[in-house]
Ligand binder design. Sequence first.
Ligand SMILES: C[S@@+](CC[C@H](N)C(=O)[O-])C[C@H]1O[C@@H](n2cnc3c(N)ncnc32)[C@H](O)[C@@H]1O
Length: 421
Amino acid sequence: MIKGEKIRLDIHKILISIYKFNKTLNSYSIKKTISKYEDSDINFLHTVLLNSMRYQYHTAKIIDLYVHKKVREQEKILLLSSITQIVFLNFKDYAVINCSVEIAKKLKIYHGFINACLKNISKNKRKLAKVKISYNDFPNWFKNRTEDISEIDKELFIANFNQEPSIHLVFKNNIEMKNFEEEIIATTDISGFLVSKKNPKKIQSFNKGNWWIQDFSSFYPLFNFNEKNKFKNYLDACAAPGGKSFQLLSKKFDVTLNDKSLLRLKILKLNLKRLKFDTKILNEDFINFNSNKKYDVIIIDAPCSAVGTIRKNPEIFFKSKEPEFKNLLKTQEEMLLKGTTLLKPSGIIIYMVCSFLKVETDDQINKFLKKKTDFELYNFKINNRNTNYSKFIKDKCMKTLPISILNQNIDGYFAAFLKKK
Ligand SMILES: C[S@@+](CC[C@H](N)C(=O)[O-])C[C@H]1O[C@@H](n2cnc3c(N)ncnc32)[C@H](O)[C@@H]1O
């Protein structure tokens, strides 16, 4: 097989393993497949893989228009990535069609059907690139859990969910941001979007360790939390890979980092080393965590459906199984309750999730406040110069959908400050 066919066959196999076997892009087997390629091939592979998942609803509509028979799983996935390349990525039609036909032969799919179908589609690709999808196309679990969202927000979500994520950087301080060699669109005096789409790790100052990559939405809650004199010691209960911890460490707060996953702690430690931060690290299951030490602030950036990061993780919608809500909701609830046992009087739990689903956000907070009547929501104070972002504060909590600010994309996110009365 020629290289283009080999990469596309691997893309096909990865898509099948996500769709059918619920793998994530971080799965060992997928990472292993990708790592055997050189950088330029990896870029190609990522582009096709991520966009095939992002455009799955658009391509499904196109398949419906052109295929009038029952499409089998292998055929559907092969068409999906081929149509994405032709219609949405504007790759050379003949190269895509030739490779797809060869892959069909290898997979024992009727290649004449793939060939005819893709040729027809390529003739109309300009028109097909404008195909519209509706909220109804999304998975049932998502539709059922977003019934509270307004029609305007649903339209906004449809327009945004399949776009490329932007790269948002956070600097240790405003001087490091001023000295940064690349052009950025500032979101605050210590953060901004990288204008060029280059790999941030290839930027010269990466190894100097004065900045890290962190989405604007996940950065914003702690950016606004500046009560160093009032709150002395911090526990970041779910710290890896470290964005929130770096924010606190750069403000020179006394913070202990914890994470259950050894693998993710390994990445956290590498990040800490690059950023020249040093602090205490624990490897505990937070739900069973016992300590005589009490903390002023406990940050619970809890495991969740991660649907707020749908642009970075389009596999959330691509998998045939829904996120494990039962386990996730239980863990979030138990983590919040555990937090209360480790908190000093008048301390604060900062609960965050990269989700905008009511069950993981408002419902969790309301359930907690009902159970723990000695807690109340602490008002989200916005740093004075950031009134542009006040629209993200609702009912004393921060809530964002995956939308754009300054023409750049941000994640959907939720943060609540729960204060012991
Ligand atoms: C959303 S991520 C945290 C992101 C991190 N705060 C940051 O800003 O980079 C959730 C983390 O929770 C960890 N985790 C999941 N269950 C846990 C548990 N029972 N105890 C401690 N950590 C847990 C996961 O390993 C994962 O690293």
